[in-house]
Design a protein around this ligand. Sequence first.
Ligand code: E4P
Length: 216
Amino acid sequence: MKFFIDTANLAQIKEANDLGILDGVTTNPSLMAKEGIKGTEAIMNHYKTICEMVDGDISAEVLSTTFNEIVEEGKKLAAIHPNIVVKVPMIKEGIKAIKWFTDNGIKTNCTLVFSAGQAILAAKAGATYVSPFIGRIDDSGWDGVQLIAQIVNIYSIQGFKTEVLAASIRNPNHIIQCAEAGADVCTCPLEPILGLLKHPLTDIGLAKFLEDAKKM
Ligand code: E4P
C-alpha cells in the first residue's frame, strides 16, 4: 500500500517525506485555504513547491464544475509538473472530464466518492485513482472501511486498473484496516501516520534497554 500525506502544510509534508515512506501528496481546497494559499499564482506556486519536495503523485483539485472549465483548469494544473494528478469531483461533468483527461494522458483522482456505484463510474472513465472518504462515511453512521473492501473486490472482479485511494483517514487504525481491505493507497494527515509508530511496550522496552546499556 502506498502512503500519501493529506495536507498542504509544507512542514508536515517535509516531516513525512523525511521518514522515507512517502509516495505522494493529496490536497483539497479546504487544506489549501487552511495554509492561507490565495489566488491562482500562489496556488500554482504551492503545487510546484510540493512537486519539488516529494517524488510522487501530487493531487491538485480543480475548482470548476463544468466540463469545459474542468478540462481547461486541469490542463493548467497538469502543466505545472509531470507528477501532478488532476483531482476531479464525482459529478456528471467531472466523469466526462476524467474520460477526456484519460484519453489525453493526464492522470486523475476522482474525489468525493461515497458509494460503490460512483467508484464503478470513475473506473469506467479511466480515473487513475478513486478516493472514497472513509472518515466522513463513518461520521455519518456507515462503515467506510467496508466500502473500501467492496470497491477493491469489484475492481478485482472486473479487472479495473483504477487504484483505490482511501481518503478522509482519521486515525492509525483506519490505515491498518485499509491495508487489510486491500486499498492501493492511503492518504492520511501526519498524525495518524506518526500514530503507527506508537506502542507503550516499545517505549518501556527502549527505556529498559537504554538503562541496562549504562551497565555494559
Ligand atoms: C483527500 O483526498 C480528501 O480530500 C481528504 O482526505 C478529505 O479528508 P476530510 O474528510 O478529513 O476532510
